[in-house]
Design a protein around this ligand. Structure first.
Ligand code: NFS
Ligand code: SF4
Length: 641
């Protein structure tokens, strides 16, 4: 191990020490071995879009100033970043499409493992798509909604209809900028077209298309994915659960689901409670089946079934190193292809299930949603049968897990803060107006070995809470906050400022609200929309005292998410800068000039305390513009940089 690693998380600390002692390689080792990383790539100055290249621009001006085709640093950096957006939008939206397919399956095959769990949500989606609901059978409505949604992904005319659910003032801005997305697939395709050799070379024009693509995701593919997941897998409700590697149990068959899509894992969550399987587990000497999750698949089944979280993205190989994982079942996204190297030293069976994501060293058992129950049963049986192979293997489970409450949605925040009798955002808006709550923050996204693990997430969140900012969380930030006890109602007493504490205590919520997987960032857009609609805090998302952060981002999905928040008018702070610093013009546009266009902007800030202070300053600027009262319990934090 090249560097002395310190972790805020005791479970990770213990596992990494254990890995060192047992000489298992970790992501941190591989990251260190990769140093120094390519400076051209970091600055966004390399292009491989055609075979006259690869080209790279010398940032110091000593070498070539353009690529062979004449593309400048501005063009190259802009093309690269929007391709990242396209990949992120494609990933999220393809997930959304798969959920829509499951809805279509329910209609076609009433005997399938799935059903309509939230009729009210289905009706709400139907209204957006102009599908008649009055006096109609629920299956008829579902059939038409599925058809409308699936057709819309690739339509050649019209615009993405969910986008219309944004505040009117916001939609107008998008119309004026010409970035209302037309169809999800079309925007991804057009981004790929425009970034081909010899097409779009104007960095601003390229970024506008990038934003349109990101909006097709945030207010399109992702939002459709979230809404239809609620329809099919049920509308999450706040429930208690546990988080961290300590949820693995030595004397049980441990099955870990990992990835993003809930179609298989939701069925596994149900089947894992089957009595016959429990008996089978007992026959091999286990006490039963213990299901847990990693990454956003974990978030999905945790918020709907209370299944515990084994860990976040950065803990996937650590889970295997406990020696007690009998099977890890993966679907798509954020799965390390190197997991098989870790698993080689253990009995853990790795199983890939999606035709889109097969990995060397994994057994592939393809998931067919028509045979969902059979596939889930087959997988769990194989996991049970693998339990005896643990024999004689050294096991090590850190005894660390925290309690958490998860499963907040746009609707449940509504009910919670509005009281049981009247569903309204009024009390939330009033708390902001009165200066009890300073504002709202979305803290989201991945973790990355390029920073101290979870330090960014935890420091930003705690600093925001101390300054009376209510935090909505998704993705791996949610997992981090859950593991560190920030998602218990009692956390308000420890971490929240006086005003926020009063609100959390009155309604019994944690100060950090677990709003789901990364896909569910669309829920945060909806919360912001509802706050605008409730009134008293401006006409548009960009008027709100709100900010976003992804302190340890790494994925292309995170880039796409950041762009749709900026395009929606949100001030968005990330740790490591986007790879655009090689273009002074693009860098300055994204962190400054773009605000005049969308009302939102990017900020790069590696220091998490400073990042939180920048968000607080932004929130205060918006409070001032809205002429809101001063904060009820003023907390001084540094005003100037
Ligand atoms: Ni989001 Fe979730 Fe985690 Fe990042 Fe990966 S699991 S979809 S991409 S790493 S938060
Ligand atoms: Fe080089 Fe232009 Fe080809 Fe990119 S598109 S590799 S900059 S010649």
């Amino acid at each position: 191990m090249a560097r002395e690693l310190k972790f805020a998380d005791a479970a990770t600390q213990q596992m990494v020490r254990h890995a060192e002692a047992e000489q298992h390689e970790t992501v941190w080792d591989r990251y260190d071995a990769m140093q120094p990383q390519c400076g051209f790539g970091t600055l966004g100055l390399c292009c491989r879009h055609c075979s006259m290249g690869p080209c790279r621009i010398d940032p110091f001006g000593n070498g070539p100033k353009t690529g062979v085709c004449g593309a400048t640093a501005d063009t190259i950096a802009a093309r690269h970043i929007v391709r990242m957006i396209a990949a992120g939008a494609a990933a999220h939206s393809d997930h959304g499409r798969d959920v829509a397919h499951t809805l279509a399956l329910i209609v076609k095959d009433p005997k399938s493992a799935y059903s309509i769990k939230s009729e009210s949500k289905l009706r709400a989606v139907a209204a957006v798509y102009g599908v008649e609901t009055k006096d109609r059978e629920i299956m008829d409505i579902a059939a038409e909604v599925a058809k409308e949604v699936l057709t819309e992904f690739g339509q050649s005319e019209g615009t993405v209809r969910m986008v219309k659910t944004a505040p009117a003032a916001r939609y107008k801005i998008w119309e004026e900028l010409g970035i209302v997305p037309r169809a999800i697939d079309r925007e991804v395709v057009e981004t790929m077209h425009r970034t081909h050799i010899g097409v779009d070379a104007d960095y601003k024009n390229i970024i506008m298309q990038g934003m349109r693509t990101s909006l097709a995701d945030g207010w399109g593919g992702s939002m459709i994915g979230t809404e239809l997941s609620d329809v099919i897998f049920s509308l999450p409700k706040p429930l208690r659960t546990m988080a961290n590697l300590g949820v693995l149990k030595k004397d049980y068959v441990n099955v870990v689901v990992h990835g993003h899509e809930p179609t298989l894992s939701d069925v596994i969550a149900v089947i894992s409670k089957d009595k016959k399987l429990a008996e089978r587990a007992k026959k091999v000497g286990a006490k039963g089946i213990n299901l847990s999750g990693i990454c956003c698949t974990a978030n999905e089944i945790m918020m709907r079934h209370g299944i515990p979280l084994a860990g976040s993205y950065m803990q996937q190989e650590l889970a295997i190193m406990t020696g007690v994982v009998d099977m890890m079942i993966v679907d798509v996204q954020c799965i390390w292809p190197g997991l098989d190297k870790t698993a080689e030293c253990f009995h853990t069976k790795l199983v890939s299930t999606s035709p889109k994501a097969q990995m060397p060293g994994f057994e592939h058992i393809e998931f067919d949603e028509h045979r969902a129950i059979e596939t889930a049963t087959q997988l769990l049986e194989a996991a049970i049968d693998n339990f005896p192979n643990r024999d004689g293997q050294r096991t090590f489970i850190p005894d660390v897990a925290e309690r958490a409450v998860a499963g907040f949605t746009t609707e449940s925040v509504f009910q919670f803060l509005g009281g049981t009798y009247r569903s309204t955002y009024r009390p939330l808006n009033d708390a902001i107006i009165a200066g009890r709550i300073r504002g709202l923050a979305g803290v989201v996204g991945c973790s990355n070995p390029n920073v101290e693990f979870e330090e960014g997430h935890l420091t930003i969140v705690k600093e925001l809470l101390a300054n009376d900012v209510l935090v909505a969380s998704t993705g791996c930030n949610s997992i981090t906050c859950a593991k560190h006890g920030l998602m218990q109602p009692e956390a308000a007493l420890t971490y929240a400022g006086e005003g926020l504490k009063e609100v959390c205590r009155a309604v019994g919520i944690p100060p950090v609200l677990h709003m789901g997987a990364c896909l569910d960032n669309s829920r945060i857009l909806r919360v912001l929309t509802n706050v605008v609609a409730e009134g008293g805090l401006g006409e548009d998302i960009s008027d709100l005292p709100a900010a976003g952060a992804a302190p340890e981002w790494m994925s292309e999905k995170a880039v796409c998410i950041g762009f749709y928040f900026v395009a929606s008018g949100v001030y968005t702070v990330i740790g490591k800068p986007l790879p655009v610093a090689g273009s002074a013009a693009l860098n300055s546009y994204l962190t400054d000039g773009i605000e005049a266009d969308t009302g939102g902007r990017w900020e790069w800030e590696m220091d998490p305390i400073e990042a939180a202070h920048k968000m607080l300053r932004h929130i205060d600027k918006k409070r001032k513009a809205l002429k809101l009262k001063p904060m009820m319990y003023e907390q001084p934090f540094p005003q100037a940089e």
